[in-house]
Design a binder for this molecule. Structure first.
Ligand SMILES: [Zn+2]
Length: 356
């Protein structure tokens, strides 16, 4: 482990970068905004497409890019580069929104419904998540609106290899010239365009993008004064990566957590041939998160912590808009309950099937 400033070293310790049992920071109270309780249609577990109730398009027509057949990524590559109509998705996923300041050196540059977080330093920018293929342009425009050049982005990071968070990465990598760092567990999905997990919605391909470096749990990614610590928190995808950092707001250090998605979201939990260890991974991730705490939680689906509303309140002078005591604990508890319910449901269904 490289040498860290004391405050960050403390946070790394709390994140479980040290030996087992060293996670000394307990989850705090339960005063949480109601927004955290609501799961979006996009991430709700169940049998519907994660685009919503619209059936998957299997080819060149409009609609979500889904395929239950192997070889999707090859076909994706062969298809026209023309932008695919984004019908069928939650409307706010493609809805533009002006970028805004969060805390410290962190800015929101995503769409109204899909987060992209920008970390700034005099040495360049780090961008976490690409949103959709169709909205990479919006992310680029938001970076420029903040007064930076697209080429100032030196490192691209990803929460996980799903089309709604990684779909824009290929364009963003091309346009910024940045290096893409991602977990070993999601590297294959990013580079092939095909997430491996068996799902109720089939395959939703990602524009394939080359990963330049694998991130390792607990080993910080640095750029100038930016220091981001990856926590590999698998389940939602095999390489789902949460990110932790410390932001300084008026000299006060704030523990910032960007948790990877914790929802089942259509993943098969029983007999998942593409991701056999999925249940154990989810359980380990919940156990790990229950020992963590954060002052600011920035989910990849912003409505889970009302990130957009908080941005509005912060802009209108509310200094504590992004302080979220208890938020992480609440999100993890809700996700754990939803996971248990979904596992039971899928288990029951499997038993029903085996009876006939
Ligand atoms: Zn996802």
């Amino acid at each position: 482990m490289q040498r860290l400033p004391a405050i960050l070293a403390l946070f790394v310790f709390a994140l479980g970068g040290g030996p087992a049992g060293a996670q000394a920071v307990g989850a705090a109270g339960s005063s949480v905004g109601a927004a955290a309780a609501s799961q979006s249609a996009a991430t709700a577990a169940g049998t519907r497409s994660i685009y919503g109730s619209v059936p998957c398009s299997t080819g060149s027509g409009p609609g979500p890019l889904c395929d239950t057949q192997p070889g999707m990524s090859e076909r994706f590559k062969a298809e026209s580069e023309a932008k695919r109509p984004a019908s069928g998705m939650p409307a706010n996923w493609t809805q533009p929104i002006a970028p805004f300041h969060i805390v410290g050196n962190i800015y929101y540059v995503g769409t109204a419904g899909l987060a992209a977080y920008l970390f700034t330093s005099p040495n360049g920018l780090v961008l976490l998540d690409g949103t959709l293929r169709e909205t990479a342009d919006q992310v680029e425009r938001n970076i420029v609106t903040l007064g930076y050049r697209v080429g100032d982005v030196k490192i691209l990071l990803n929460s996980h290899a799903h089309y709604d968070h990684a779909g824009g990465l290929r364009q963003l990598k091309q346009d910024t010239g940045a290096k893409l760092y991602a977990s070993a567990g999601d590297r294959g999905a990013l580079e092939s365009g095909a997430p491996p997990s068996d799902t109720s919605y089939g395959l939703m391909a990602i524009p394939p993008v080359k990963v330049d470096r694998a991130v390792v749990d607990g080993e910080p990614v640095r750029l100038g004064s930016i220091l981001l610590i990856p926590l590999i928190t698998p389940g939602h995808t095999p390489g789902c990566t949460s990110w932790a950092t410390t932001a300084f707001e008026n000299g006060t250090p704030l523990r910032v957590m960007i948790p990877c998605s914790l929802t089942v979201a259509g993943n098969k939990l029983i007999g998942n041939k593409g991701y056999p260890g999925i249940v154990a991974d989810f359980r380990r991730t919940f156990t790990r998160f229950r020992k963590l705490d954060a002052d600011v939680v920035l989910p990849v689906h912003p409505e889970l912590a009302d990130v957009i509303g908080r941005g509005r309140r912060a802009a209108s002078g509310s200094p504590d808009a992004f302080l979220m005591p208890g938020m992480l604990a609440k999100m993890v508890a809700d996700a754990g309950k939803a996971f248990d319910a979904e596992l039971e449901k899928q288990d029951d269904a499997a038993h029903q099937r085996s009876r006939y």
